[in-house]
Design a protein around this ligand. Sequence first.
Ligand code: BG6
Length: 495
Amino acid sequence: MNEKIALFTIFGGTGDLAKRKLYPSLFRLYRKGNLAEHFAVIGTARRDWSDDHYREIVRDTIKDLNPTTEEAEAFSSHFYYQSHNVNDSEHYDTLKKLSDTLNDKYKLGGNHIYYLAMAPQFFGTIVQHLKSQEILTDNGFDRLVIEKPFGSDYDSAYQLNEEIRAVFPEKDIFRIDHYLGKEMIQNISAIRFANNIFESQWNNRYIDNVQITFAESLGVEDRGGYYEHSGALKDMVQNHILQVVALLAMEPPVAFSEAEIRAEKVKALQAIRLYSEKEALENFVRGQYGHGKLEEQEFVSYREEPNVDEHSQTETFVAGKFLIDNFRWSGVPFYIRTGKRLTEKGTRINIVFKQVPVNVFKDDIDKCGEKTDLPPNVLTIYIQPTEGFSMTLNGKEIGQGFTTTPVKLDYRHSAETTGNSPEAYEKLLLDSLNGDGTNFSHWDEVAQSWRIVDIIRHAWDKTSVEFPNYAAGSMGPDAAFDLLARDNFTWDWQP
Ligand code: BG6
């Protein structure tokens, strides 16, 4: 197996992300042989932990992957803990000493990945110290992996980027958008560029509209403190959803390489119409969940969640329409919606095709004796919880006479295959070890996404809405349905 050699320094090593995602993903890589003898992990955070305690925690986080005792011991023996205050220069000297020791002990060739899994206000000071305290070396590689949010608007993102770029070149910055590590998001490119049947029709002559839904059944849980400042627009639309829009809308890259894909994604994002604030209000709606009930379970309203203001104006739901002003997409609305406490967890994309030019079956009568319209062909890409795609077509109903009936070609991975497919973080960690930035957000993409989102945010901040405006357990406020009805469309949401 292709063994990777590196020292990981994880800032925020005691945090939730490290425990839920990073340690299990590192273990999966270890189990597959991508990490073997020549790797080590330094976990840093303010807490005062011993190596033994840290290793115990690490072993606990991989319990569900059923390692043998020897495997768990061997894996966790590569983990070291260093208590650390990110603002204190002296602490970086200690970190450097430990890095050097581990570099020698595990023969890491100076390869270093710095993973910032903590609040973004510390990113700047950490990278500056990595340079000033000479932790960065000329041996091997130095790569920076950063979690979102990357800024809270264009200006703050720009500022943050300047601070980081003063230390790391763009090629060594890996801005995580974990959706880009998901199997079916990566599959968008395969569906588009490996199937002539789709790519030849992937334009405004054949596609009526595109619908992207990122629905969550969970509420805000214990993240009220963060979410109050973020809301659904910055939490989901600025990053995950716009990345997906870019992948769906971009031109075919001349090669499937990081530079080519990135160039096409940036062009697609630049073609998204920048609304005036008035247009933003017409084309984007927001919601906040109130108290509700689903399958006998009662849910409190967002305003009753911990660390949430009782008069909060934060949106937990967004729906909107993007327009892309280029030859391929002119006139095709890209509808998006995302929200918390919706009916079910479901992330999917519908490509809704135009009707045939003439419906020769227009005298079709359905079982109730009503005349029927042909339903549109819809290509649905299921991101989660099931992974796969389906295509709805029209066929003839079996029997005497001639009545059309919708037929669904469904290809979804069995639970078993899905279970075996690598977790998003595992793929992204391996990409960062390989120095492959294809599935990360580059600065130009982040910047353009903020430009788009800032306009909506500013427009919303100047106006208020009556919240709550949708019940927990529903599919969002009426306004989200009206948005499509206005254009004579409906959200397609079949099981
Ligand atoms: C995160 C958001 O980026 O994505 C969360 O901060 C959201 O609010 C999560 O719940 C959804 O990710 P996934 O992979 O569970 O769909």
